[in-house]
Design a protein around this ligand. Sequence first.
Ligand code: NAD
Ligand code: TDX
Length: 332
Amino acid sequence: MSRLLVTGGAGFIGSNFVHHVMEHSDDEVVVLDKMTYAGNAASLEGLPESRFTFVRGDICDRELVDRLVSGVDAVVHFAAESHNDNSLANPEPFITTNLYGTFALLEAVRKHDVRYHHISTDEVYGDLELDDPEKFHETTPYKPSSPYSASKAGSDLLVRAWARSFGVRATLSNCSNNYGPRQHVEKFIPRQITNVIDGIRPKLYGQGLNVRDWIHVDDHNAAVLLILERGEIGQTYLIGANGEQDNKTVIEKILTLMGQPADAYDHVNDRPGHDMRYAIDASRLREELGWEPTYKDFDAGLAATVEWYRANEGWWRPQKAAVEAKYAAQGQ
Ligand code: NAD
Ligand code: TDX
């Protein structure tokens, strides 16, 4: 049994990770979360008190981080500013949380010699052409496009430097686009599902030819737990489930699943600098650690996600109006 510090555990992937750990291990979890607009206390309801502690605080608070890290066996670092569109409107919190916050954690795990796993994104590699036969792999050069992806790329490089220079026992994972329960309604899939529930037409940026490599959040988290337990120290693992879909197709699938005409959506302003395509080669994870995704059928995973948002309106309703007002102000 281990004691884990999970940063960002009230967010989308972090909260699903905490539930996954409770079900698939006997580890104890301490969540450290600032509860920004993206943190949702309801995502952590019902966890066993004997194995779960919640601390509200900032990963940039070095004293707090030092104290919490000193009491655990491992840190799993999910906390971040995570939305590309927000990073275009106001990059500053991305620099503070994603870079300085990661620095604060690295200094603490270095001091207390604590195992560290760093959660990152495929966006650090920039984008691919639609017809490129290559996918991203562990040695693809970094070429981030947005303030968000640049801040994540910088945080990855800090981890690698702390591992090499100070011997921090770190692993890294770069995952593709996640979908599933408890994702904030600012993100593409939940935004469109909740729009349809509310009778608002879904909003497609530009022509919607951009491709994302979708993976169910539970498959991402199963890989993270496996890397934490059995990954090679110093190694980077790419996580992806061969889930490439263009945005237009995803919107059409959501509309069809929800009983609407497939063309009942609007084209809105494109995202500046919009990455065209992401695609992951997860061979190392599959071959070295034996990981396999459970959700191999995107349509079935999407249908289950639609059902979750239908059944959990109380979870997302408080955020919905403000998110749509913000998008409307930027023509999206
Ligand atoms: P999210 O925005 O849903 O959650 C982020 C959480 O971090 C929130 O609970 C928020 O309150 C917390 N947080 C933000 N700043 C903080 C700070 N300074 N101190 C403490 N807590 C803070 O994000 P997500 O989609 O769950 O992403 C989690 C991680 O996974 C991020 O590192 C992101 O880069 C990475 N990632 C996300 C995806 C994806 O598709 N969503 C894909 C690959 C990697
Ligand atoms: O309303 C929309 N319409 C639309 O067409 C929104 C919100 C998005 N889009 C497009 C933009 C992207 O091509 O859909 C695609 C997915 O958009 P997001 O959900 O904003 O995700 P993305 O920018 O691809 O980044 C996500 O995956 C990688 C996460 O937000 C990141 O945290 C993660 O690193």
